[in-house]
Design a protein around this ligand. Structure first.
Ligand code: GDP
Ligand code: IMO
Ligand code: MG
Length: 424
């Protein structure tokens, strides 16, 4: 058996959580492979809305095992809050969840370092989610991190204290002398809570499941344009959000990757700083934001909105090896007279279709194709046979430009508002 991977092709918030939830009944295991509580994955069904940060989006479908893989960074306090909120709404995740002992821990001082780093950058700040993601991955790569499995060692406290003291010294150098007593007590309490979960070597769980013929879905966080290697560096997150991240973040060999579902919005959004060639600063951008409720699930920040960028999407499809596309939020454009799609960039008078090294807006002018809108409320549609002609044409145009089939179209936030297409 092979694992399928589902990941975002833009700057995150494409609707990964919703689709993972919809696809989970076809799988036995759902596994997160990177990122941490910087993610906010929204699911809506039976009139209720849930936002998941560290817990995989397969958690609501009965009888599935969910895994937090080694590539994820975990904040014990936020994890506890998330799990307790789910319990309150009637979902006991404990029997359904396994967590890799190799997942790195976000310390209270990592969050403080995240804030201090941002402050030090001033106007050049990244606009992080403030969850300590960058400093935690920095410690992982520089071999100073603490892993979940370390909490089981007899000398864990002294290792924690050494890491904390190092961070406090760094903070002092940056002019910060925080009192962390309260946050630390809460964190240590949450560590004890985490230890009551099934802490595993998840690479064995997944590979054995595959050997037993079980089906595994890997859930990405963030999006390809936020990847630390291929995204709009340095305005990116600190992990590999691309399909290859599933290999390192779960211990799945490259030849075990099956389908790669690439998910994108019918337009484009970005939260935080960084270049965004097709960003709209006019009424149309505002209209997309209002109709699409484009406000961050984690930070509540306004998401920047713009037209779909096919140069960036083609690049993401190439890097990720996408085999099936999923288009989200097309309903947001239901009332538009015209829809634009960026098919190339103009740089120094030349037309460029390869995603360039720098996408700073001063140097790039998007080249747009304008398509007629479908002016039809699609939110109650159940089948592609109901699609208006203009929408069918829009899909055909995208499939041709992207050379990849669009297999699912989402026409609203609810689980039910998902339409599968028959593709060859
Ligand atoms: P994720 O991080 O990729 O899981 O995406 P988010 O949950 O951060 O953001 C997607 C937002 O769009 C959430 O508020 C979803 O409820 C909502 N959403 C998902 N699919 C659709 C859709 O097809 N139409 C509309 N209108 N909203 C959607
Ligand atoms: P999901 O999984 C959208 C952005 C932040 C910031 C940059 C770095 O919900 O799609 P970080 O805290 O990771 O160091 O921030 O990345 N970012 C996201 N944007 N969706 C996300 O996750 C994001 N996770 C991080 O806004 O620009
Ligand atoms: Mg999100």
């Amino acid at each position: 058996m092979k694992v399928d991977v589902l990941l975002g092709l833009q700057w995150g918030d494409e609707g990964k959580g919703k689709v993972v939830d919809v696809l989970t009944p076809r799988y036995d295991l759902v596994a997160r492979f990177q990122g941490g509580p910087n993610a906010g994955h929204t699911l809506e069904f039976e009139g209720k809305k849930y936002v998941l940060r560290s817990i995989p989006s397969g958690i609501f479908q009965k009888g599935r095992t969910n895994i937090i893989g080694n590539g994820v960074v975990l904040d014990p306090v936020l994890f506890k809050e998330e799990a307790e909120a789910l319990l309150e709404s009637g979902v006991d995740i404990r029997p359904l969840l396994k967590i890799s002992k190799k997942a790195h821990l976000i310390l209270p001082t990592h969050r403080l370092l995240d804030a201090a780093n941002e402050k030090a950058k001033g106007g050049a700040k990244i606009g992080t989610t403030g969850k300590g993601i960058g400093p935690t991955y920095t410690d992982k790569i520089s071999r100073n991190g603490l892993r979940l499995g370390d909490t089981l060692a007899p000398d864990f406290m002294s290792r924690y204290e050494a890491a904390r003291n190092k961070h406090l010294a760094q903070l002092k150098n940056m002019g910060e002398t925080p009192d962390i007593a309260e946050a630390e007590a809460k964190w240590l309490d949450a560590i004890e809570y985490l230890k009551t979960y099934d802490l595993v070597d998840s690479e064995f769980v997944i590979n054995r499941a595959l050997a037993d013929g079980k089906k595994v879905l890997c859930e990405g966080a963030q999006g390809t344009l936020l990847d630390v290697d291929f995204g709009s560096y340095p305005f990116v997150t600190s992990s590999n959000t691309v399909a290859a991240g599933a290999c390192t973040g779960l211990g799945v060999a490259p030849n075990k990757i099956g389908d790669v579902y690439g998910i994108f919005k019918a337009y484009c959004t970005r939260v935080g700083s960084g270049p965004f060639p097709t960003e709209l600063f006019d009424e149309t951008g505002k209209k997309i934001r209002d109709l699409g409720h484009e406000y961050g699930a984690v930070t509540g920040r306004e998401r920047r909105c713009g037209w779909i960028d096919l140069v960036a999407l083609r690049y993401a499809i190439m890097i990720d090896g996408v085999t099936k596309l999923i288009m989200m939020k097309s309903d947001v454009l239901d009332g538009f007279d015209e829809i634009k799609a960026c098919v190339a960039y103009e740089i120094d008078g030349e037309k460029v279709t390869d995603f360039p090294y720098s996408i700073e807006s001063e140097t790039i002018k998007p080249v747009y194709v304008t398509l007629p809108g479908w002016k039809t409320d699609m939110t109650k549609m159940k089948s592609e046979t109901e699609f208006p002609k203009e929408f069918k044409d829009y899909i055909a145009f995208l499939e041709k430009e992207l050379a990849t089939p669009i297999t699912i179209v989402s026409v609203g936030p609810d689980r039910e508002q998902t339409i599968e297409r028959q593709t060859k």
